[in-house]
Write a protein that binds this ligand. Structure first.
Ligand code: BDR
Ligand code: CA
Length: 313
């Protein structure tokens, strides 16, 4: 059984991934932590509480940070054209959801939960990496106590999605991502190299919803805005970025990987770009020296990922 803390910015594809984690028999979802990204921290937290209530999820929700780790970074714009004004595809979501939050901030929840379950917790982070970076700053020792960190973020041998070289989750807080990727823990990086080729069609999702399950019906409803947005890139369907990271936890054999040290460009024209130095490649001494070796996904059996998602949802 995989004990998972899901760090998320719901977010349409975040919602699908949440339902996957909730329903997969090998996952014990022990916490949901929220972060800004697809919408403000108020909206992503409200959305997490809403999904918890609608889907009867027992895991506590802890509210995370609403700003980048470096306060000098410029104001953030929410990608309302991707996830809708409310972050959930503009379906009806109440302003307030009457479900209590965990009293702790997300970074503290992460530290406490990892310390209470040494060697057992997998952190799955599918938004900005800010909560994870704050948790590491608060208690660097957790790096040794976490089982694994699986993130959706970055792009290595394909273009970015918010700039020619950067992906949204990394670009939204590059300093935080660089802290997370260079910390002495095992990070699996699921970037656009695999998520941009893993798509679920509108028809496939609608067919699943038509089977009568209320949770999948809600998921189908909230996905329509996002699917419309993806019309420029996907043939009537959506990239299931965050679900790829969650599927990796239970089925890593569906992904091909390389190992190497990973850095994030902070500032300038390539702000937010992720760079891997593959293990075994030699370069003059520099920014790569002495960094932990991380796992970078470069390929995926996307049809099998979609099949597992569909079966689990
Ligand atoms: C990532 O950005 C967000 O829009 C998605 O939820 C995903 O986590 C993809 O770049
Ligand atoms: Ca996300």
């Amino acid at each position: 059984m995989h004990k998972v803390i899901y760090d998320t910015d719901p977010g349409v594809d975040d919602a699908m991934a949440l339902l996957f984690l909730h329903r997969h028999p090998d996952v014990d979802l022990i916490g949901i932590t929220t972060v800004f990204g697809n919408a403000s921290i108020e909206a992503t937290t409200r959305n997490a509480l809403f999904l918890k209530r609608e889907w009867n999820i027992s895991a506590p929700v802890a509210k995370g940070t609403g700003t980048t780790i470096d306060p000098s970074r410029k104001e953030i714009d929410w990608p309302t054209f991707v996830h809708g004004d409310n972050g959930l595809g503009n379906i009806d979501v109440p302003e307030m959801v009457d479900v209590p939050l965990d009293p702790r901030p997300a970074y503290r929840f992460i530290v406490d939960t990892v310390r209470a379950n040494p060697g057992e917790v997998t952190l799955v982070a599918v938004g900005r990496m800010t909560n994870l970076a704050l948790a590491l700053k608060e208690d660097p020792e957790i790096a040794k106590l976490v089982k694994a960190v699986v993130i959706m973020g970055g792009n290595f041998y394909v273009p970015g999605n918010v700039s020619p070289v950067a992906e949204a989750n990394i670009h939204g807080d590059p300093e935080a991502a660089d802290i997370v990727l260079t910390a002495p823990w095992k990070v699996v990086v699921i970037g656009l190299d695999v998520t941009a080729v893993t798509t679920m069609s509108r028809r496939y999702l609608a067919a699943a919803a038509a089977e009568g399950d209320k949770a999948v019906k809600l998921l189908n409803d909230l996905s329509q805005f996002y699917i419309d947005f993806y019309a420029h890139a996907v043939d009537d369907g959506m990239m299931v970025h965050d679900s790829c990271a969650c599927v990796y936890v239970v089925a890593p054999e569906l992904f091909s990987t390389i190992t190497g040290s990973v850095r994030v460009v902070c500032g300038g024209i390539a702000d937010g770009q992720t760079i891997v130095k593959p293990d075994g490649r030699r370069f003059p001494p520099g920014d790569w020296d002495g960094l932990p070796s991380q796992i970078v996904c470069t390929g995926v059996e996307s049809q099998k990922v979609i099949g597992l998602l569909r079966e689990t949802l």
